[in-house]
Design a protein around this ligand. Structure first.
Ligand code: SAH
Ligand code: SF4
Length: 387
C-alpha cells in the first residue's frame, strides 16, 4: 500500500524520505510542493530528481476526500461536503470577510458527546478522521478557492488566513490526529499559519486542554453555554465528567502557559505572572449559544461573569441555529443584546456571531446531518425529551 503524504507532519515526512534513501531537505521540498503549492502529481515537482519522482509514484500518493457537494451562499460562504467513505460525509465551510478568510474544519464523523442543541451530536459518533482527512480539508479548500494556489493573491497572501476546528466533532477526543494536522497548519513549509490564527474549539475535555497546551498551543475556544453545573450538565453532558470548576481552572492554566519555543525573555524573569510573549493567545474565547428561555436571561449573564472572573477571556455569543426536532429556539435579538450589554458593562469583551451561509445550512453539522442521519435519532431524541 502506498503511503498518503498528507498523513505526515515534517518530522514524519523526514522519516519517510530517509526510508527511501533521501536526505532530510527533500522532506521540506515535498512539504512545500504538497501543501504550499497544493500539488498532487509527483511528475510536476520539477526540482526533484527524476529517480525520486519515480520512487514517489510507486510508494506514495497525495489523496484527499472527494467533494460530494459544493455550494455557495448569497453572502459568499462556501460549503463542501466531502466523501469520507461508507456513505459518510463531513463538512468544511469557508467564511470570507473583508480582512480575513476563515476555514471551519471537521475533526470527526459525527460526535459522541451529545450536546442537547447540536445537530452533529444528534447523529451519534461514527469515527475519528485521519490526519489526511483533517488537513485534506484545508488542502482541498485552498485548491478550490485559489484556482491555482501557485498564484497567490495580489498582496501575497492566501484566501484562507484562519482555521477554526469548529466543524463536526470534538477535536480533543481525536487528539493525536488533530495535533499532527495542527502542526502541518503551522509549518512554514506547509501553510505557515500563526498560532493565533488557528483555533481549537472544545466542549471541555479537561486533560486534553492541558495536553494541547504542552504539545501544540494554539488559540482555544471553549463551548461554555451555561454558567452553572446544573444547567451545563443538561446542555453539555461532558460537564458531568469535568464540571465547570475543573474546566475553568484548565482555561486559566492554558493562558498562563508559555510554549517552549516562545521567543524573547522568560516572563518569570520579568516578573510577569501569566500570558506573555509566545503564548498562543492572551485570552480564552468562550462560546455561548443563545437558547431562548434556557440560558439567555440577565441572571445567566451575571452568573457567567462571576464564574469566569479569574480567566482572561472574551465571549462569543452564538445565535442558535435551529434544525428539525431540536427542541430549542433561538433567543430574540433583544435578549441577545441585553445579555451582551451586561457582559460589556462589566468590561468584558463580548461579540455576537453573525450567522453566515444560512441559505446553504452553513452552520454546525446541518448538511452532513441530512446525509448521515439514517437512524432517525433526532426524531427519537425529541420524543424522549417531550416525554
Ligand atoms: N465539538 C467542539 C467543536 C465543534 S462545535 C465544540 O463543541 O466546541 C462548534 C461550536 O458550535 C460549539 O461552540 C458548539 O457548541 C456550537 N454549536 C453546536 N450546535 C449549534 C447550534 N445548533 N447552533 C449554534 N451553535 C451550535
Ligand atoms: Fe460534539 Fe461539539 Fe456538537 Fe457537543 S457541540 S455534540 S462536542 S460537536
Amino acid at each position: 500500500m502506498p503511503v498518503n503524504l498528507l498523513d505526515f507532519d515534517l518530522k514524519q515526512l523526514t522519516d519517510f524520505v530517509a526510508s527511501v534513501g533521501e536526505k532530510p531537505f527533500r522532506a521540506r521540498q515535498l512539504m512545500r510542493w504538497v501543501h504550499h503549492f497544493g500539488e498532487s502529481d509527483f511528475e510536476r515537482m520539477s526540482d526533484l530528481a527524476k529517480s525520486l519522482r519515480e520512487k514517489l509514484a510507486q510508494e506514495a500518493v497525495v489523496a484527499v476526500p472527494k467533494a460530494m457537494s459544493d455550494s455557495t451562499a448569497s453572502d459568499g460562504t462556501r460549503k463542501w461536503l466531502l466523501d469520507v467513505g461508507a456513505g459518510n460525509g463531513i463538512e468544511t465551510v469557508f467564511i470570507p470577510e473583508t480582512s480575513r478568510g476563515t476555514l471551519c474544519v471537521s475533526s470527526q464523523v459525527g460526535c459522541a458527546l451529545e450536546c442537547a442543541f447540536c445537530s452533529t451530536g444528534r447523529q451519534g459518533f461514527n469515527r475519528n478522521l485521519g490526519v489526511a482527512e483533517i488537513i485534506g480539508q484545508l488542502w482541498w479548500a485552498n485548491r478550490a478557492l485559489g484556482r491555482d494556489v501557485r498564484s497567490e493573491s495580489a498582496n501575497g497572501s492566501r484566501l484562507i488566513t484562519n482555521v477554526v476546528m469548529m466543524g463536526m466533532g470534538e477535536p480533543l477526543t481525536n487528539f493525536d490526529n488533530v495535533v499532527t494536522a495542527l502542526r502541518i497548519m503551522l509549518d512554514d513549509h506547509a501553510y505557515g499559519l500563526s498560532r493565533r490564527r488557528v483555533t481549537v474549539s472544545t466542549s471541555g475535555i479537561v486533560p486534553n486542554i492541558d495536553r494541547l497546551r504542552e504539545e501544540c498551543p494554539v488559540a482555544l475556544a471553549v463551548s461554555l453555554h451555561a454558567p452553572t453545573d446544573e444547567l451545563r450538565d443538561r446542555l453539555v453532558p461532558i460537564n458531568r465528567k469535568w464540571p465547570l470548576a475543573q474546566l475553568l481552572a484548565a482555561c486559566k492554566r492554558y493562558v498562563e502557559a508559555v510554549p517552549e519555543d516562545a521567543e524573547g525573555p522568560d516572563p518569570a524573569a520579568l516578573g510577569v505572572k501569566w500570558k506573555r510573549k509566545g503564548a498562543p493567545r492572551d485570552f480564552i474565547t468562550f462560546e455561548y449559544v443563545m437558547l431562548a428561555g434556557v440560558n439567555d436571561q440577565a441572571e445567566h449573564a451575571r452568573q457567567l461573569l462571576e464564574v469566569t472572573d479569574e480567566v482572561p477571556c472574551k465571549f462569543n455569543l452564538i445565535p442558535f441555529n435551529p434544525f428539525p426536532h431540536s427542541g430549542f429556539e433561538r433567543s430574540s435579538p433583544e435578549a441577545v443584546r441585553r445579555f451582551q450589554e451586561i457582559l460589556l458593562g462589566a468590561g468584558v469583551v463580548a461579540t455576537v456571531r453573525r450567522t453566515r451561509g444560512e441559505d446553504i445550512d452553513g452552520a454546525c453539522g446541518q448538511l452532513a446531518g441530512r446525509v448521515n442521519d439514517r437512524t432517525r435519532r433526532s426524531e427519537r431524541r425529541e420524543t424522549e425529551m417531550r416525554a
